[in-house]
Write a protein that binds this ligand. Structure first.
Ligand SMILES: *Cc1c(COP(=O)(O)O)cnc(C)c1O
Length: 398
């Protein structure tokens, strides 16, 4: 192991994450290009097992969009996960690693009728909807399927809210489930998503309350719903500490007890970030370190990865990754930016990052917790940059 690599400083996080020695060992054995994402599949496995232990009463559907790599899907299939997909290609990826179509739900409420038909032909029988035209399409090309209706909730606390685009009103959800029964579909239940990287364990309360009212309203009409889908949103630690998953389980259990007094339905959860984020380390290289005026107190640090190369979640500085370099301090303030000629390709201007004064072009900068929503967000040829490579450290159990 080189001197430079052993110099990495590292803060221990609460969740399972890639040990830096393992990344060092791995990079010593592959000809990695920069930038790249290194995914440790044993961490993916451990995160899933840990999550499943916490949510031992729930059916877990991994949200494929968080990291759709075949190696990740295969690891999770081996660990017993079900899958939540948003498109036919994601569905095909899951089937390719051996997942059974009965263990896959097509949950994107925005889908072409043809794609619903293709998923049905491939054996999928579980769909999520939030509108009348989508429901009519499901009835037409996926007859007899089970339908979950997504209601809109926008609790505060999410780094990335989803309620503005997805989900319908409570009244419409009840009406759509009623209509599903009339169309010969199986009204399965209610779904909501409290927003991604949700820092408030009580953010599920209103969604659970709303859902319970829909369950009760339909039960009174003789329509028995079976399951409640609590979505994803479970956070991981980036630079800010986050409550442990157990706090989320406790808050959710409390809300279920309060609102489902007549009996708690089957519970589904769709974690994405919480399963894969801490398993990934993004390796980048410093392109330049520069000042733009002699009086500047901060330096600009330009990296070979930016907003368009996979760090899409730095938009509005929503996700602030923990950075590690091979230098010790002293540190000084920096603005971090990507390599493209796009004025928005700035990662952090407001978030106060401080990096070693010794940092020079060619040095490595690692982004920790980068396994979710990164590699698959990379653009294909913007400014001539290729999508970053991804390398996989095999699971220790393999
Ligand atoms: C993206 C998404 C998820 C996963 O969200 P995380 O915040 O990554 O856990 C779950 N369900 C649906 C429907 C999604 O679109």
């Amino acid at each position: 192991m080189s001197q430079k690599r052993t110099g990495h400083t590292h803060v221990v996080l609460e969740t399972q994450e890639v040990p830096p020695e393992r990344v060092d060992w791995f990079l010593d054995h592959v000809q990695a290009t920069s930038p790249c994402l290194v995914m440790d599949l044993s961490v993916v496995h451990e995160n899933y097992v840990e999550f499943a232990k916490n949510f031992h009463n729930a059916h877990i559907y991994y949200a494929v969009k968080a990291n759709p790599a075949a190696e990740v899907l295969s690891t999770l299939h081996g660990a017993g996960a079900n899958f939540e997909v948003a498109s036919v290609p994601e569905l095909l990826e899951c089937l390719a690693v051996g997942a059974h179509p009965g263990d896959i739900a097509y949950t994107n409420p925005i889908k072409k009728r043809d794609d619903i038909g293709k998923a049905y032909a491939l054996g999928v029988r579980a769909f999520t909807t939030d509108s009348a035209p989508d429901l009519a399409n499901i009835a037409q090309v996926a007859p007899g399927s089970s339908v979950t209706c997504r209601v809109a909730v926008t609790p505060p606390g999410a780094r990335s809210p989803l309620g503005n685009k997805f989900g319908c009103s409570q009244d419409m959800a009840a009406a759509l489930l009623r209509e599903a029964a009339r169309l010969g579909l199986r009204p399965e239940g209610v779904a909501f998503h409290p927003g991604s990287q949700q820092l408030n364990p009580h953010a599920w309360d209103t969604g659970i309350e709303l859902s319970a009212q829909i369950f009760a309203e339909l039960a009174a009409e003789g329509i028995e719903l079976n399951s409640l889908n609590l979505g994803g949103g479970f956070p991981v630690r980036y630079i800010e500490p986050v409550p442990p998953i157990s706090a989320y389980v406790a808050a959710i259990d409390g809300a279920l007890d309060r609102h489902f007094s007549a009996g708690i339905p089957a519970i589904r959860v769709e974690p994405g970030r919480a399963i894969v984020a801490t398993a990934g380390v993004l390796i980048s290289e410093v392109v330049l370190v520069a000042k733009k005026a002699a009086s500047d107190t901060h330096r600009w640090v330009y990296l070979d990865v930016g907003r368009y190369g996979g760090l899409a979640e730095t938009e509005q500085e929503m996700i602030a990754y923990q950075l590690v370099t091979g230098h010790d301090g002293p540190n000084g303030p920096v603005i971090l930016a990507g390599p493209t000629c796009d004025g928005d390709d700035v990662l952090y201007r407001k978030t106060p990052y401080s990096l070693p004064l010794a940092l020079r072009q060619g040095d490595q900068v690692r982004f920790l917790g980068a396994g979710a929503y990164t590699a698959s967000y990379a653009s294909v040829f913007f400014n001539g940059f290729s999508p970053m490579a991804t390398y996989y450290i095999p699971s220790q159990s393999d």
